[in-house]
Design a protein around this ligand. Structure first.
Ligand code: ADP
Ligand code: MG
Ligand code: MG
Length: 902
C-alpha cells in the first residue's frame, strides 16, 4: 500500500544543517559554507536551496510545491538572526544570491549581490552605515548592474559604458574617485538602461528581487556556456545547481574594508606559503574583474594586522580540517573578517605531487591517500618536455590544451603545404580554423596543430590525441585567414613561414621559437637525477609516491618493445618484462629483399633458402632483447601483418614496370612483384591473410621464428644470462589453429633447447571476439593469454582504427555515443565484457593461466583500473607509459575513503 506522501520534501537547508559531504544536494559552495559554519568560523548566516529544487524547476518549468514557503520560513529566521528585514526602508537586510553546483564551474553561472536594495532602502542602508551615502549608492548601482545582467539579460557592456562615461566626465580611471552624487547619477542611468532592455522598471519589491534572482540561478545551469563547459569537463548534465542566499557583508564600506582571495599553498608549484590577492574598499566581483589593481595578500598585514593574523589562523585550520590545499574567498567589513567561500583548490600536475608529499610529511594524510590524490594523467603531463619560459615570452593567445606537449615550428595553413615543408625537414605547425578528415596528412606531417575553433572533442583534438601530437584548439583570439595564408591575433599578423610555439598542456600560443627543456621527471626515471639528493621538490615527491605505488600494486607492468634500445629504456622506467615484442620490424629495411624472395619463391627450395637467410638475423635481434631483459619474461609475437605490407605499393610497382619497359630494361623481377602484389591484394587486409593464418599457410615461416627465439635463448643462457621467452601466436580464433602451431613449435623447441635448461612458454593473443568466447577451449592449448585490445576493439566494434578516428569519431564524441575513444580507454561494457569472459573461462579451464594485456590500453589510467578489477596479472604498454601504468596499478590496488576533489 503506497503511503500518502504527506511529508514535504526538504528543499532548503540552513548553513547550520549542512556539511561538506552533502555536495550532491547543497553544491560545493553550500556544503563548504555549512562546514565552515559548523567549524565556528565567521561565515555570514544564510541558507541553501538544494539541487533537488533546481532539478524539479528545470524539468517542470516551475518552482516545486513547498519551496516558496520553505524559503519564506528560512528568510524569516535569517531576518530574526540579523535583527533586520529584507529590504527594510530604515535598516535593510541585504543578501547575495549565489549559484553553486557539485563541481565548481568557474565563471559559468551567476551571483547577484546586494539583493534587497531599492529607492527607499538605499537611504536606510546609508544611515545604517553611519550616513555613508557613497557606499549605499555604490551598492545599489552594483545591484542594478548584476541583476540586470544576470537576471534580465541586459547586455553588460551598456552598464560598463555608462560607468566609463561618468569616470571620463570626472576625468578619472579609478571608481573610488566617484562620489555619492556621481553614483546616484549612475543609478539613474542604470535604471534607464534596465527599462530600455526589459520594458519594465527595476523591481522595487525585495521579495520579488530575491525570487527572480533564485530563478535566474536555476536557469543559469542551462546557459549555453555552462552546457559547453560541462561537456568539456565531462560533468553530468543533470546535476543541477544549488542556490545560496547569504546575508551581505560589505567590503566597500571604506578603506578599512575590502575583499580578497587566497590559496593555502601555491597551486602552481605546490610551494608552502601565502598566496592571494586583496583589494581594499571593494566588493567581491571587483577582484576578478580587474577594475583596479589588487595587492598581494601579504600587504594586508600592514593594512589590518588583526584580520590578517586571523585569516592565516583560519587558513591553517582549514588545511588541517580538509587535509588539502584550500582556496578561499573572504571579505573584511570595517576590520571584521568574514569567510565567504572555501573549497579544495585546483592545482597543476606538479603541485598535485608536491602537495601530496608535503601533506604526508605534515602527518595530515598517509601514503595511500597521497597516491589517491595524484593520477596517471598528471604524471604523463609531467613527462612531456616543457617550454623554458622567461620574461621574454608572453603568450599572445590562449586556447584549450587539447593534446599535451610543446611544439615550435613554421606556420602553414594547408595540409598540402605542411606535407611539403615537412618533407624538406622543416618543423611546421598546422594552423586551421578547424580541421577535418582532409587535413589528416598535414596533421601527421606537422609538429603541432593549432585551431581557432572547437573544444576538447573537436576533430583536431581527438585526432591529435590519438597520434600523441601537440594540439591547441579553440584559440578564439586568432583570426585565421586560410586563403590569405595568415592569421591575426591582437596587433600581430602571422604569415605562412613565421614561427610560433604552442603548449598543448596550457593551451598557450607564443610568437617565435620558445626553447624546450627536458622534463625533470623523465630525467629522474632515466636515473639522471638522484631523488635522495636532488633539491627538486617535484622529483622527490614523484619518487616517494611511485615507490609506494610499486609496493601497493598487484598488477605487474611490462612494456611493448621491439628493439634492445626500447627494452633498455623501458627497464629504466620500471618495466618488469616485455609483454609484446613485435617481430615485423625484423622484416623491414635491408631485409625486405629476403621477404620478397620468400614471397616470390617458386618452389620449396627457394622458400627454404629465403627463410634460412632470415633465421640468423632474427636470432641476433632476439639475443639483444633477451640480454637487455635478462631475467625477465619476454613475450615474442610471431609475425602478424599480411605479407603484402612488406612489398611496395601497387601503384609504385606499376609505374616502375612501365618506366623500365620504356627504357627497354629487364623487368622480369618487377613484373613478378607486380603480379604477386595483384594476387595478394585484399579488400580488407585487417580481416585477411594475417596472424596465425600466415603461419598455417606459409610452410616454415613460424617454424623459422620459433627456432630463432629458442636458439637466441640458448645462446644467452650459454653466456651465463637468463632468458625467459614466451611465444605468442596472434589472431587465433579457434583452438585448432593454436594446436597446429603448437605441435610444430614444441617439436622445434625440444630439439633446440636440449638440456640447456631454457624454458619456453607458448600462448596466444586474445584479440578475435571468437577467441574470447571460446577461451575455455583455447586455454587447453595456451600457457598464457595476452589480450590484444586494439584488434579486439576493432573487431568488437567492427571499425578499423586507421580509417575511423579521423573520419567520424569527433562526431560520435559530440553526440555522446562514446565519452572517449574506445581505442584510448577500454570500452568496459562491450570489449571489456569479452575480456572478462575470456579471463574467467580461461582460468576455469587452466588454473594459473597467465593473463596480460598488450596494446596502448595498457598505459591508459582508466583501463588499468579495469584490468586490475578483472584480475589480470600484468599490463604491457609503450616504454613512456610504463611509469603511468605503475602509478595507476598502485592506485587501483589501494582503497581509500578519499574525497572526490574534482
Ligand atoms: P563565484 O562562484 O563566481 O565565485 P560567488 O558566489 O562566490 O561567485 O560570489 C562572488 C563574490 O561575491 C564572492 O567571492 C564574494 O566576494 C562576493 N560575495 C558573495 N556573497 C557575498 C556576501 N554575502 N557578502 C559579501 N560579498 C559576497
Ligand atoms: Mg566564489
Ligand atoms: Mg593484433
Amino acid at each position: 500500500m503506497a503511503a500518502h506522501d504527506s511529508v514535504e520534501r526538504k528543499y532548503v537547508y540552513d548553513f547550520a544543517e549542512g556539511n561538506k559531504d552533502l555536495k550532491d544536494l547543497l553544491g560545493g559552495k553550500g556544503a563548504n559554507l555549512a562546514e565552515m559554519t559548523n567549524l565556528g568560523l565567521p561565515v555570514p548566516p544564510g541558507f541553501t536551496i538544494t539541487t533537488e529544487a533546481c532539478k524539479a524547476y528545470l524539468t517542470t518549468g516551475r518552482e516545486p510545491d513547498g519551496l516558496a514557503a520553505q524559503i519564506e520560513a528560512h528568510l524569516e529566521s535569517l531576518e530574526r538572526e540579523m535583527g533586520r528585514r529584507l529590504g527594510d526602508p530604515d535598516d535593510p537586510l541585504l543578501v547575495s544570491v549565489r549559484s553553486g553546483a557539485k563541481f565548481s564551474m568557474p565563471g559559468m553561472m551567476e551571483t547577484v549581490l546586494n539583493v534587497g536594495l531599492n529607492d527607499r532602502s538605499v537611504v536606510g542602508l546609508s544611515a545604517q552605515a553611519g550616513r555613508n551615502d557613497r557606499f549605499a549608492w555604490d551598492s545599489y548601482r552594483r545591484l542594478i548592474q548584476m541583476f540586470g545582467k544576470t537576471v534580465c539579460e541586459v547586455p553588460g557592456e551598456e552598464f560598463e559604458h555608462a560607468l566609463d562615461e561618468i569616470k571620463r566626465a570626472k576625468g578619472t580611471h579609478n571608481d573610488l574617485d566617484l562620489d555619492a552624487d556621481d553614483l546616484r547619477g549612475l543609478v539613474d542611468a542604470y535604471k534607464k538602461i534596465f527599462a530600455k532592455h526589459t520594458g519594465r522598471e527595476f523591481p522595487q519589491e525585495p521579495r520579488e528581487q530575491l525570487d527572480l534572482a533564485i530563478r535566474a540561478v536555476f536557469d543559469s545551469w542551462n546557459a549555453e556556456r555552462a552546457v559547453l563547459y560541462r561537456r568539456q569537463e565531462r560533468i553530468p548534465a543533470d546535476l543541477g545547481t544549488a542556490v545560496n542566499v547569504v546575508a551581505m557583508v560589505f567590503g566597500n564600506l571604506g578603506p578599512d574594508s575590502g575583499t580578497g582571495v587566497a590559496f593555502t599553498r601555491d597551486p602552481g608549484s605546490g610551494a608552502q606559503g601565502i598566496y592571494g590577492d586583496y583589494l581594499a574598499n571593494a566588493q567581491g566581483e571587483d577582484v576578478v574583474a580587474g577594475i583596479r589593481n589588487t595587492v598581494p595578500l601579504q600587504e594586508l598585514e600592514q593594512l589590518d594586522k588583526t584580520s590578517y593574523d586571523q585569516l592565516l589562523g583560519i587558513m591553517a585550520r582549514l588545511e588541517e580540517h580538509y587535509k588539502d590545499l584550500c582556496d578561499i574567498e573572504f571579505t573584511i567589513e570595517r576590520g571584521k573578517l568574514w569567510m565567504l567561500q572555501t573549497r579544495v583548490g585546483k592545482r597543476t600536475a606538479a603541485a598535485a605531487f608536491v602537495i601530496a608529499g608535503q601533506l604526508v610529511d605534515e602527518g595530515l594524510i598517509d601514503l595511500d591517500e597521497a597516491l589517491h590524490r595524484v593520477n596517471g594523467a598528471q604524471l604523463a603531463q609531467l613527462m612531456f618536455p616543457r617550454f623554458q619560459l622567461d620574461h621574454e615570452f608572453e603568450a599572445v593567445a590562449k586556447g584549450i590544451g587539447a593534446s599535451p606537449g610543446a611544439a615550435s615550428g613554421k606556420v602553414v595553413f594547408t595540409s598540402a603545404r605542411a606535407v611539403e615543408l615537412a618533407a624538406e625537414g622543416e618543423a611546421v605547425i598546422l594552423v586551421r580554423r578547424e580541421t577535418n578528415p582532409d587535413d589528416l596528412n598535414g596533421m601527421i606531417a606537422a609538429k603541432g596543430i593549432l585551431t581557432s575553433r572547437g573544444g576538447k572533442t573537436s576533430h583536431a583534438a581527438v585526432v591529435a590525441r590519438g597520434m600523441g601530437k601537440t594540439c591547441v584548439s579553440g584559440a578564439d583570439e586568432l583570426d585565421v585567414n586560410v586563403p590569405a595564408k595568415r592569421f591575426t591575433v591582437g596587433d600581430h599578423v602571422v604569415n605562412e613561414g613565421d614561427v610560433v610555439s604552442i603548449d598543448g598542456t596550457t593551451g598557450k600560443v607564443y610568437l617565435g621559437e620558445v626553447p624546450v627543456m627536458p622534463s625533470e621527471v623523465v630525467q629522474y626515471f632515466e636515473g639522471e637525477l638522484d631523488p635522495e639528493t636532488t633539491d627538486d621538490a617535484l622529483v622527490r615527491a614523484v619518487h616517494r609516491i611511485m615507490t609506494h605505488a610499486d609496493a601497493a600494486r598487484r598488477l605487474r607492468v611490462r612494456t611493448n618493445a621491439d628493439t634492445g634500445a626500447d627494452a633498455a629504456r623501458a627497464r629504466r622506467f620500471g618495466a618488469e618484462g616485455i609483454g609484446l615484442c613485435r617481430t615485423e620490424h625484423m622484416f623491414l629495411g635491408d631485409r625486405r629483399e629476403l621477404v620478397e624472395r620468400l614471397i616470390l619463391a617458386s618452389g620449396e627450395r627457394e622458400r627454404e633458402d629465403a627463410l634460412a637467410a632470415l633465421l640468423p638475423l632474427q636470432r641476433a635481434d632476439f639475443i639483444e632483447i633477451f640480454r637487455e631483459m635478462d631475467g625477465l619474461p619476454v613475450t615474442v609475437r610471431l609475425i602478424d601483418p599480411p605479407l603484402h605490407e612488406f612489398l611496395p605499393p601497387l601503384e609504385q610497382l606499376a609505374v616502375n614496370v612501365a618506366v623500365a619497359q620504356e627504357r627497354g630494361e629487364d623487368v622480369a623481377k618487377e613484373e613478378a612483384l607486380l603480379a604477386a602484389v595483384r594476387r595478394m591484394h585484399e579488400e580488407n587486409p585487417m580481416l585477411g591473410l594475417r596472424g596465425v593464418r600466415l603461419g598455417l599457410v606459409i610452410p616454415g615461416l613460424f617454424a623459422m621464428q620459433v627456432r630463432a627465439i629458442a636458439e637466441a635463448a640458448v645462446a644467452v643462457v650459454r653466456d651465463g644470462g637468463t632468458a625467459c621467452p614466451e611465444i605468442m601466436v596472434p589472431l587465433v580464433g579457434a583452438v585448432q589453429e593454436l594446436e597446429t602451431v603448437r605441435a610444430e613449435a614444441e617439436r622445434i623447441i625440444a630439439e633446440v633447447v636440449g638440456d640447456s635448461g631454457v624454458e619456453v612458454l607458448i600462448g596466444t593473443m586474445i584479440e578475435v571476439p571468437r577467441a574470447a568466447l571460446t577461451a575455455g577451449q583455447i586455454a587447453e592449448a595456451a600457457e598464457f593469454f595476452s589480450f590484444g585490445t586494439n584488434d579486439l576493439t576493432q573487431m568488437g566494434w567492427g571499425f578499423s582504427r586507421d580509417d575511423v578516428e579521423g573520419a567520424f569519431f569527433w562526431r560520435y564524441l559530440e553526440l555522446g555515443i562514446f565519452g572517449i575513444s574506445p581505442f584510448e580507454s577500454i570500452d568496459t561494457d562491450g570489449v571489456g565484457r569479452l575480456i572478462r569472459i575470456a579471463a574467467e573461462e580461461g582460468r576455469a579451464a587452466r588454473p594459473g593461466l597467465k593473463l596480460g594485456v598488450c596494446g596502448e590500453h595498457g598505459g591508459d589510467p582508466d583501463s588499468v583500473h579495469f584490468f586490475h578489477s578483472v584480475g589480470l596479472d600484468y599490463v604491457s604498454c609503450s616504454p613512456f607509459r610504463v611509469p603511468v601504468a605503475r602509478l595507476e596499478a598502485g592506485r587501483a590496488a589501494i582503497t581509500t575513503t578519499g574525497s572526490d576533489s574534482r
